[in-house]
Design a protein around this ligand. Sequence first.
Ligand code: SAM
Ligand code: ZN
Length: 283
Amino acid sequence: MKPAVLAQRLAPLMPVLRCPRCQTAFELNGASLICQNRHCYDLSKRGYVNLAPSHDQAAEKYDAELFGSRRLVFEHGFYQPIAEAIASWLTDAPMTVLDAGCGEGYYARLLAERFAQAQFLGLDISRDAITAAAREPGRANWLVADLKHLPVADHSADVLLDVLTPADYAEFRRVLKADGWLIKVVPGSDYLCEVRKAVAPWLRSGDTYDNARVIDHLKEHADIAEESEVRITRPLSADESRAFLRMTPMTFSVPADVLDTLELSQITIHMHVLKCSMKEAKA
Ligand SMILES: C[S@@+](CC[C@H](N)C(=O)[O-])C[C@H]1O[C@@H](n2cnc3c(N)ncnc32)[C@H](O)[C@@H]1O
Ligand SMILES: [Zn+2]
């Protein structure tokens, strides 16, 4: 994408965007975003801006192969019920939606098509994720950024999506409007249970998963207003099995030659989709 085209796409977001180093506003200056303290970030020809240029991308375990596998399972519709649950809580109005830890961008891309009046910003610390997202940008905009230092103004977001991604609730509270919603998606106990069983010897937690700690941590910082539980089991083709075995951090510690020998006949997607309001910060 030509930087001039990206600049045009970013222009409506300028009131929202802030420098992650000093929190001042940006100006679009040719092919760069420049803050009031002259911190400068180039618009990439690949259609995104890297606002975390010092992050060690080589050490990232979330890499291009993983995001390619995720793209395949998204294209095959396995996660559509999650997107529908999120969509059921959005209205088509002028609003700003952040997808924090957006990966290859499935949710922001799909929802941006559905909600034409809203502006969507997908952020991820992995450059491979954002490169994959920006390849088919749709209406959303894409940034390499750390969700612990979101490059947006205080109380500027109407909705923040946090789908299977670490949370920083103090930062989420800072960027959400007072009446904004955090939509958090957490795995249920049976999420990808077929993968978990197949690789249990390599997992510290063995073949069971309990989300109680994640939910307890969420409840310290937010009130759950609505909840939708999704649980589906679908048969898998060989390609889909291959992708599911390579799209999750659950298999990070499994040797590649072992992974090559595994094949799954079915997969379970079990998730809790939670619409939350942030609690007041503790004094
Ligand atoms: C399991 S993936 C989920 C991706 C996406 N939400 C989805 O459902 O496909 C977790 C994502 O969180 C991102 N992530 C982890 N720590 C992050 C951070 N500090 N800031 C931004 N993204 C982060 C990873 O790069 C990865 O893309
Ligand atoms: Zn700055």
